[in-house]
Design a protein. Sequence first.
Length: 323
Amino acid sequence: MTIKKRFIGSLLAGLLMAGGALAEPLKIGYSDWPGWVAWEIAIEKKMFEKEGVDVQFEWFDYVASMDAFAAGQLDAVAMTNGDALVTGSTGAQNVMILINDYSAGNDMIVGAPGIKSIKDLKGKKIGVEVGFVDHLLLLNALEKNGMTEDDVELVNVPTNETPQVLASGQVDAIGAWQPSSGQALKLVPGSKRIYSSANEPGLIYDVLAVSPASLSAHKEEWKKVVKVWYQAVDYLKDPATRDDAISIMAARVGLSALEYKGFIDGTKILTLKEALPFMKKAEGFKSLYGSTEIADQFNVDNKVYSDKQPVDSYIDPSIMESL
């Protein structure tokens, strides 16, 4: 074979490989949280096809979705801003390109019967997944009530097991997000929400985080994904289509539309106009940057990882701004 033929053969093989790579859909992991279940609207209404972007959404338990992303099985994953740092600290770099929502009541501290306030927790046992967002919510609640973590006894409990642990009487309160927080309130008669993310708007942002390699190679496609997200948000917020949107979301998680509406009400799903100010650099909870800095310090303090993360490298507002 001549050099020229070998070159042509190699070129054709390279083009075929490139074509195969382009033909692969963008793989996105999502899980049971209203701000991520809303992707189901776009899937069911074929919004991605209309926008001309090939995506494959894969449904996971939350922690499993982050594990799959870390293993390189996904191009992007839906997670909290704090967990984006945790995932990145393991070597699975990611960039937050979209804020879906912030929690506005769905993350809760739920007290057993007789526990009516955070101050009632002094000397009590609290079941919470240590190092996760509701641990941070609890710490803020304690601080606002003149207490610290030393005033309570933490029991490390996986979030999805918190309702059963509260019902068993092993703890006096739990910290959990929906649907686990709502299940605890139903499962334990007389239990009460004594604090929630409604008291801490911006403490927990929910985002779409993309691998830097995928973002670099497919930025135009990711722009379309973000554009479709806002079409789904518009469909959810439009009074003419809201009921249909809620029914689609409820069906994804096996609940009635009426029951699921309460979950949506505890989640501030953001329009583009509402979300853009949070992508500006600022301190505190009114900025994704500030909130993520707080989460970073929390993660280091609680030995989730040892060294502070370069927060700015985890956030790219350019796609949202381009819309």
